[in-house]
Design a protein around this ligand. Structure first.
Ligand SMILES: [Zn+2]
Length: 254
């Protein structure tokens, strides 16, 4: 079986010393490709060299709401220019979105809308971060509809919310959250939506699985996420793996 980790921050310092090993270890388990999101303009620019060095990594460019204080008008302008000039090296715009626990919500929303426009202009999908913000994301989608879909990273929410995103052309990112019993609502959603709407992701080095709390999450844990997902689904594991791989390739044109 083959897999794609559709969301992992492999350029973070946590992997500075052992990235080659991490990639090799994951690859031995069948993880062929890794999608590495952009989080600031500087870091998005640096991902070009990163993807040249690690050819199994595909990269995106975006302004993540966690770093809202760094995202000036100038940074947005630079992102637009950078993405236009390097469109063929990018698989998506993001990680962008709205985080209800971060400051400057009106500016977060404006930046998100601008990144939706950018993805529409470049015909690229979006990698969307959400946290206590489904209503604000829906509001932004209404004002600035995304045309090329994307993924709702680390989806958690109700079946109704899931169906709304699917209708907007989005996939739902399935990560380590489902390893926790407390995520029963999200687990149920992942068991109910069509298999074609799901993608696998680790969010490494963040979001360690149950039993690994406090540790650096690693891309090889994608297989664990897959096993947890298989427990929730009625399809055969091979069919699940094949569909998720196909959906990932199609969305990110890998
Ligand atoms: Zn992320």
């Amino acid at each position: 079986m083959h897999f794609i980790d559709t969301h992992c921050h492999l350029d973070f310092t946590e992997f500075k010393l052992d990235l080659e090993q991490q990639l090799a270890h994951a690859h031995a388990l069948g993880v062929d490709y890794f999608v590495v999101p952009g989080i600031t303009i500087k870091q998005s620019e640096s991902l070009l060299a990163f993807s040249e060095r690690y050819s199994q990594c595909r990269v995106a460019a975006g302004l993540h709401p966690y770093f809202i204080d760094q995202h000036t008008d100038e940074a947005l302008h630079q992102l637009i220019l950078f993405a236009q000039n390097n469109k063929h090296h990018l698989v998506a715009i993001g990680e962008c979105g709205i985080d209800g626990t971060c400051p400057q919500l009106p500016w977060q929303q404006a930046l998100f809308a601008e990144q939706i426009k950018l993805s529409n202009m470049l015909q690229l999908p979006l990698i969307v971060h959400h946290r206590q913000s489904h209503h604000l994301i829906a509001q932004t989608f209404k004002q600035t509809p995304p045309k090329f879909g994307g993924v709702i990273h680390a989806f958690s929410g109700s079946l109704q919310q899931a169906q709304y995103y699917i209708k907007q052309g989005f996939k739902l990112g399935v990560g380590g959250t489902i390893s926790y019993e407390r995520a029963s609502k999200t687990r149920k959603v992942f068991s109910q939506v069509p298999l074609e709407c799901l993608l696998l992701e680790t969010d490494a080095p963040s979001m360690p699985l149950s039993g690994h709390q406090g540790k650096v999450n690693e891309p090889r844990r994608l297989l664990d996420v897959f096993e947890y997902l298989c427990q929730l689904r009625s399809e055969h594991p091979e069919q699940i793996a094949r569909q998720l791989y196909l959906s990932s390739c199609t969305l990110f044109r890998i």
